[in-house]
Design a binder for this molecule. Sequence first.
Ligand code: PEP
Length: 249
Amino acid sequence: MRRKLIAGNWKMNGARASIAELSKLEGLHPDPASEILICPPVTLLAAFEGKTSIPLGAQDCHWETGGAHTGDISAEMLKEAGAQAVILGHSERRTDHGETDADVARKTEAAWRAGLLAIVCIGETEAERDAGETLTVIRQQLQVSLPQGATAENTVIAYEPVWAIGTGRTPTLDQVAEVHDDIRASLEGRLGAEIAGGIRLLYGGSVKPANAAAIFEIANVDGGLIGGASLKAEDFAGIVAAAETQRSP
Ligand code: PEP
């Protein structure tokens, strides 16, 4: 059985005082069939470490262990700061910082090297969907962004349609199912059924307490990557509750 993962991406939001919001999530997941993760800005990772039992992750890393890379942070540094996971290739990184699939692959290898769970994000733009290119784009991103060596223990894939992030718009349930089924099939082709069958596939893009249950019911959806709704403990708790009513096969 794949444990559902509900991961919150705080993006560039929060302050030290946000520990109060995080504390509201303590003890939130009594159901062993699901787990949660909060990815705050990196400054708060260090500030929260040791002050919460909520597993923490980061939102990006550099591929090198160290060196002359002003403003960057290595996977090893994130690990030392308390991260257990790192989001990689988020569409905002791809758009704002020009990250390519090849960059994401190097970062994923760095995350594995440091012992972090890599949450590798892929997703089509609205223009690509309108052009009927969604599956082609997703397959290409997955092929290049994911290096050799992915396992259920070191990797989670997040399907995040770019046009659904922060917009309040979501694909239909059939559209989510189609992409997730295709990602699973691609992983099977590459890694074999056993390894591919253990890798969790998250959906991300305007997930709210109101729509979470229907999305999490989809067979190959193993949880969610949550942006805006992760900033308020009540909303995030509502999404976690929706996940706990579901069981992945
Ligand atoms: C995200 O940024 O990963 C995301 C899914 O954002 P939102 O939930 O706000 O659409």
